[in-house]
Design a protein around this ligand. Structure first.
Ligand SMILES: [Zn+2]
Length: 51
């Protein structure tokens, strides 16, 4: 139960374009992370370290 919830939360924070997991949810309006959408550098601070 908890694992599936965490998976769902992680899916919302994973960009389908670059496959990186962020510390925040991917904007559904963009469909990808802001860095892919606007072609900007990915800030390592925004990335969730692999557990
Ligand atoms: Zn991305």
């Amino acid at each position: 139960m908890l694992a599936s919830l965490e998976w769902a939360m992680r899916a919302r924070r994973t960009c389908p374009a670059c496959r990186l997991t962020f510390t925040y949810c991917i904007p559904t309006s963009l469909g990808q992370c802001p860095h892919c959408a606007f072609d900007t550098e990915t800030d390592p601070e925004d990335l969730e370290t692999a557990a």
